[in-house]
Design a protein around this ligand. Structure first.
Ligand SMILES: [Zn+2]
Ligand SMILES: [Zn+2]
Length: 295
């Protein structure tokens, strides 16, 4: 039985850079000016930040404080469920038919993710059938959104992620503050593995899955070699592996793990495996999925 693992971490070289992809300023409905927001994230030790006002591109002010990398995005908001357009240089018209919006982004070589799928009293800002009717050109979805922690719905959306992954979608999970005010800050972030903290490296890593998400658990090692994954957490205490349709494949106490992927898969032959590392106070880290092919 041959197993081939397609892992975004195979090409992981360099350092881990922390950032938030979803940030509002006074240019839309945020409490702070772009300069103030950037300073706040810089003070927290963030390496990069994406400004994403509602249906508006907010250019980074210059000069930037303390060398933090800042780039522009746009939260496509009006007339439908929200889409984060990353690295936006041109505004995309918020057409009610989100299929057309995704086509427009794709034509402009942009990359986008679907925001807070389980927001609102319906727990379904993005109904699953709407997601599955879209062209498969989105890069992923927010599996954690900080604002939904204080609003209706579920801030996590790993249920939607598992449904898509189980149907063969290759989509990444992202964790974002959705910063509007100070209470949203440092709730969820992305750690990108990159050679250096430049726009190409950070956006490339976010696009290709060379990152993990966190609400407080940090990983000092995340490596996939041949048929094993090595994870060392600085502050986690439980690693949970799951596969197709959310089926749990194993849970392992401790702080450092070297797990054999074929052993975890056993005879289930899942199409993907992903890992969650749990820590104190409900804090988590989520790896991206490893895609498995069985010959
Ligand atoms: Zn939104
Ligand atoms: Zn937002």
């Amino acid at each position: 039985m041959g197993l081939r693992i397609d892992s975004p971490y195979h090409h992981c070289q360099g350092s881990w850079y922390r950032g938030n992809l979803h940030t509002h300023t006074t240019e839309s409905d945020g409490d702070f000016s772009p300069r103030e927001v950037i300073q706040k994230y810089s003070d927290q030790g963030y390496n990069w930040l994406c400004l994403t006002d509602h249906d508006k591109i907010t250019p980074p002010p210059s000069p930037l404080p303390n060398g933090i990398l800042v780039f522009s995005g746009n939260e496509i908001t009006n007339r439908g469920p929200h889409i984060l357009h990353i690295g936006a240089s041109e505004l995309i018209e918020p057409k009610a038919d989100r299929k057309l919006v995704l086509e427009d982004i794709h034509k402009k070589q942009g990359f986008c993710i679907l925001n807070h799928p389980n927001w609102e009293k319906t727990f379904s800002h993005w109904p699953q059938d709407t997601i599955e009717s879209l062209p498969k050109t989105f890069q992923g979805l927010e599996i954690f959104n900080g604002v939904v922690q204080r609003q209706e719905g579920n801030p996590q959306a790993t249920d939607r992620w598992d449904m898509l992954l189980s149907k063969g979608y290759r989509v990444w999970g992202y964790a974002n503050d959705d910063f509007h005010g100070i209470e949203d800050m440092t709730r969820g972030w992305n750690m990108v593995c990159a050679k250096d903290c430049t726009i190409d490296e950070i956006i490339g890593g976010l696009r290709e899955g060379r990152f993990y998400c966190s609400t407080g658990v940090s990983l000092s090692t995340l490596e996939v070699n041949e048929h094993t994954i090595r994870i060392i957490a600085t502050n986690g205490s439980l690693c949970v592996a799951s596969g197709d349709w959310g089926i749990e494949l194993g849970r392992f106490a401790g702080r450092a793990w070297e797990l054999d992927i074929a052993e975890l898969a056993q005879d289930r032959r899942p199409g993907y495996i992903r890992f969650e590392i749990l820590g104190d106070m409900g804090m988590k880290a989520w790896t991206q999925p490893l895609f498995l092919r069985w010959d």
